[in-house]
Ligand binder design. Sequence first.
Ligand SMILES: Cc1ncc(COP(=O)(O)O)c(C=O)c1O
Length: 358
Amino acid sequence: MLSVADAQHLFVGHLLVDSIQQKLRDLLLVFNRSLPIVKPLGWAPPHGGYAPTVAKTTHSAISDQRNGDIVIYINGEYFSRDEARISVFDSGYLVGDGVWEGIRLHNGVFPFLDRHLDRLFHGLETASIDIGMGHDDVATLLQEVVDRNGMIDGVHVRIMVTRGDKKTPSQHPANLISGPNVVVIAEYKQADPEIRDRGITLFTSSVRRPPSDTLDQRLNVHSKLHEVIALIEATDAGADEALMLDTTGAIATCNATNFFIVSSEELWTSTGDFNLPGITRGAVLEVAREAGIPAHERRFFLDDVYAADEAFVTGTFGGLIPAIEVDGRVIGDGSPGPVTAHLRTLYEKLINRVSSDG
Ligand SMILES: Cc1ncc(COP(=O)(O)O)c(C=O)c1O
């Protein structure tokens, strides 16, 4: 048994040890702060602990050395890849305040350019961003960028327009000191044919897509955080990309592509209220109807997907990519289906047709 006096001694002893430990910790902190910051080879800023290992997605591209030498357009000037910079006070960087468009260059032509420009200008008008250019000026600019880079085919171009630089981190447009910021990046980017031939797997994310009176899901805005979170959920679950539902539980779209199923020889995609009105989505609906395949924009649910004969996703970059598995459920026989292949052929023919029409 301890006497009261012994217990008091022990308690005081503990306090002493605690205070010595604290002193040592303080000293270590001062010492650490005085050390130079050494970045070992391969150092990268912390990324929240998330290190994706799944590299195969609808946006997987064949690596192309020529992309090392491209020039990037920023507000009237051209910069090499290493020198292309935008301010940390840029509205897009600060608060996701900007819109963008992804366009393909095929045999010297931007297929569906008018549709891309309509969507871009619709987004700009909704966000009240004045780009200070008309449709024709933007078309000329895109052409100038690919000409400057000597590009003809197999190219993906991204134009990004943000409200401009702010004088301080803030939402308010009154804090703008310049604007807008217009950036055009053109890269040689061909979709990986292995993905097209093999297909991708999807996982239904818990992140829902809300109606247009919140953040309008039909706009191509800089803030893609909800889609990135959905994608991370999907890759964590071992899938390639995320399928997303709307707030009523109906199928909306995927995190970076639009979603279709083939059910009893009909083509179904979502209503369009909760997804980007994809240019490829529109073109696929067009070619399907021309070919006499009943094509519907409608509400449908996960059980319809699990029971579908085929599923595929669409986007400018990858075209039509089969989805062979959703939430671990095999779709059809688990291989890219015949209707998907047929529609891809029709879509590619349409691309060639609009490209040769100029
Ligand atoms: C969320 C989302 N859905 C769909 C698409 C595909 O649209 P498009 O066919 O116009 O490339 C994209 C492409 O940027 C996208 O970001």
